[in-house]
Design a protein around this ligand. Structure first.
Ligand code: SAH
Length: 218
């Protein structure tokens, strides 16, 4: 299977027609080998227009969601980014292509271990991965220019607002446990302003400032 060709097709049929415009974002989506972030047996579906299970009840987000979240972050190349919910590490790799430094937090060590192996084998040197409750952020590495939450949350966790630099942007799916709206929040003069974007469905953000573990069982 020609994965490079499938990536080009993904960009042409799923991203550009839905309004993803940024050339840097599109180039990163053309470059990162998404099929290496899913299990071998499902690699042939890696570039399809959908989320795919990655174990521990979690999923790698649909390509379009990855692209729009990345586009909303407005990365120019020199940012320090915090990502909550490493999962497969695919979104992390896209961020690492477009920013200076990426810190990524995952609550399941099984997923974090696999993601770490992928970062090493693909040669990423600007990603730092930690296991733990990402709703707490990462105070020791703050402030961050950008924060991306890749799991559904009832609200933007307060520690993230605190750890965001002035002029910084947070992108997060905010809503109930079954459906959310993608929100872009900007910090200006210490105040947060929010823009509402596309409806979406993410697995829950489970932690102190997200959903409780018990609320997570369906
Ligand atoms: N960006 C990922 C999508 C992963 S799905 C990808 O492209 O593959 C969301 C991830 O968030 C899951 O892996 C889940 O385990 C993780 N997660 C949920 N709550 C979390 C928390 N409080 N801290 C860190 N990770 C969390």
């Amino acid at each position: 299977m020609d994965f490079k060709e499938l990536r080009e097709l993904m960009v042409k049929t799923q991203l550009i027609p839905r309004g993803i415009k940024g050339e840097r974002v599109l180039d990163a989506m053309r470059k990162v080998p998404r099929h290496l972030f899913v299990d071998d047996f499902i690699q042939h579906k890696a570039y399809d227009d959908m989320a795919i299970p990655i174990g521990d009840g979690q999923t790698i987000s649909q390509p379009y969601m990855v692209a729009i979240m990345t586009e909303l972050l407005e990365l120019k190349g020199n940012e320090k980014v915090l990502e909550i919910g490493t999962g497969s590490g695919y979104q992390t790799a896209i961020l690492a292509e477009l920013a200076r430094e990426v810190y990524t937090l995952e609550r399941f060590s099984s997923l974090a271990d696999r993601a770490k192996e992928r970062f090493i084998s693909l040669g990423y040197t600007n990603i730092k991965i930690r296991v733990g409750d990402g709703t707490l952020g990462l105070p020791e590495a703050a402030p961050f220019d950008r924060i991306l939450i890749t799991a559904g949350t009832p609200k933007i966790p307060a520690p993230h607002v605190e750890q965001l630099s002035e002029g910084g942007i947070i992108v997060a799916p905010v809503g109930d446990r079954f459906s959310q709206i993608l929100i872009k929040a900007k910090k200006e003069n210490g105040e947060i302003t929010e823009e509402y974007h596309t409806p979406c469905v993410f697995v829950p953000l489970v932690g102190k400032y997200g959903w409780r573990e018990s609320e997570n069982s369906e």
